[in-house]
Design a protein around this ligand. Structure first.
Ligand code: DC
Length: 222
């Protein structure tokens, strides 16, 4: 069974997808982490977003691995652990632009499909139900109000020691929503057959219960 979870930043996708994958014994695929890893490469190589040849060369030589583990997945970039590095504000700021590049999307979509082909998977991102695995048995579009998503991100950043204001985070959420939904290739949108779940005001356990119910209903008819 393939489960696709799409939605805007801060809707709770990765938290919920991780729990679901564990409960179901499925592989968890965090596609946002892959876009973030490529962004680390751009930053470290001082690569311009307009340098098409440089981008091609960079991707040809890139080796991105997702290693599932008990304490969450690790992400390796050319055999180096970049699990923490991909979450810095510097990466968060640039990733929407990097993920709008056709070369990057093509490269990562192919890589994601290879991982998905191996078996049962819960994958989260922006274009999973629409582009990466349109044939997924379960498609969820997870969302929440912009204010709630900003509050969650803000809490997360403070807990990790970044001193940012709520207003700053709120502005960043809106900016990222705009970039993600208006980009030309694979913009963030709900697949027609995806089930919309609004997580505003819901606890994580409540969202997980809702999704398990949707998955259970689907399993019954398969
Ligand atoms: O979910 P996240 O915040 O880690 O995602 C980081 C960025 O990657 C976000 O700006 C959108 C982009 N992304 C994408 O374009 N397609 C995906 N399938 C996953 C993420």
């Amino acid at each position: 069974m393939r489960i696709a979870i799409d939605g805007p930043a801060g809707a709770g996708k990765s938290t919920v997808a991780k729990i679901l994958a564990k409960k179901l014994g499925f592989t968890y695929l965090d596609t946002g982490a892959m876009y973030r890893a490529v962004t680390v490469l751009f930053l470290e190589n001082n690569l311009s977003l307009a340098d098409e040849n440089g981008i091609k060369r960079l991707l040809e030589n890139a080796d991105i691995k997702i290693i599932p583990g008990d304490e969450g997945q690790k992400i390796l970039l050319n055999e180096r652990d970049v699990t923490d590095l991909i979450r810095t504000p510097q990466v968060s700021e640039l990733v929407a632009k990097v993920s709008a590049l056709p070369e990057v999307r093509e490269y990562l979509t192919e890589l994601q499909r290879k991982i998905i082909a191996k078996g049962n998977v819960v994958a989260d991102g922006r274009d999973i139900g629409t582009v990466v695995m349109p044939e997924a048995e379960v498609k969820i579009f997870l969302t929440a109000s912009a204010e709630e998503r900003a509050r969650r991100r803000h809490r997360e950043l403070l807990a990790r020691g970044y001193e940012v204001s709520y207003e700053e985070v709120f502005r960043e959420v809106l900016k990222r929503d705009e970039l993600d939904t208006t980009r030309e290739i694979s913009p963030l949108r709900k697949a027609e057959d995806a089930i919309l779940v609004d997580t505003t005001g819901l606890k994580i356990e409540e969202v997980v219960a809702k999704l398990l119910e949707i998955i259970g209903r689907k399993q019954d008819v398969l």
